[in-house]
Design a protein around this ligand. Structure first.
Ligand code: NI
Length: 144
C-alpha cells in the first residue's frame, strides 16, 4: 500500500481590491470596511498556498508532478489574478473580494486539478493575516 503524503506549494500574486457592498449605504460601507473601502482601492502581495494529498507513486516517488501543478496554477490562478483589480474579475462582480472569498474562489479553481486531491487553500493577505479553507465536505449536523 502506498504512503499518503500532503504536498504544499506557494504561489505569489499581486492584486488590488476594494471592500464594498453595493447593497449597503456609503456610510455603512465605511463603518464596516474602514480604509479598505477607499474608492481607489489598495494592493496586496498575496501568497496562495495550496495543499494536495495523495499516494506516493511507486515509480516517480511523487504525489504529483510539480511541473503539472505549476502549469495548472499558471493558467488558472496567475494568468487570471496577477496584477489585476480583483473587483473587475467575473467572480467578484457581485461578491466582495475579501480574502475569505478569495479562498473560496481558489478552492473552486484548484479543486478540479486531476492528479491529486485538494485538501486546503491558504491565502496570506499580509504578514499577519492568513485564511484557510478546507472545502465544505464536513458532515452536516443532524439538524440540517
Ligand atoms: Ni485589503
Amino acid at each position: 500500500m502506498s504512503a499518503i503524503v500532503h504536498f504544499n506549494r506557494r504561489y505569489h500574486f499581486s492584486a488590488s481590491h476594494r471592500l464594498h457592498v453595493d447593497a449597503l449605504t456609503p456610510e455603512r460601507n465605511r463603518e464596516i470596511f474602514g480604509k479598505c473601502n477607499n474608492p481607489f482601492g489598495h494592493g496586496h502581495n498575496y501568497i496562495a498556498q495550496v495543499t494536495f494529498v495523495g499516494p506516493v507513486d511507486a515509480t516517480t516517488g511523487m504525489v504529483t508532478n510539480l511541473a503539472d501543478l505549476d502549469a495548472f496554477a499558471q493558467r488558472e490562478l496567475l494568468d487570471v489574478f496577477d496584477h489585476t483589480n480583483l473587483n473587475t474579475l467575473p467572480c467578484f462582480l457581485d461578491t466582495v473580494p475579501s480574502t475569505e472569498n478569495l479562498c473560496l474562489e481558489l478552492w473552486r479553481l484548484f479543486e478540479p486539478y486531476p492528479h491529486a486531491t485538494l485538501k486546503r487553500i491558504r491565502v496570506e493577505e499580509t504578514g499577519n493575516n492568513s485564511f484557510d479553507y478546507f472545502g465544505d465536505s464536513a458532515p452536516m449536523s443532524p439538524q440540517e
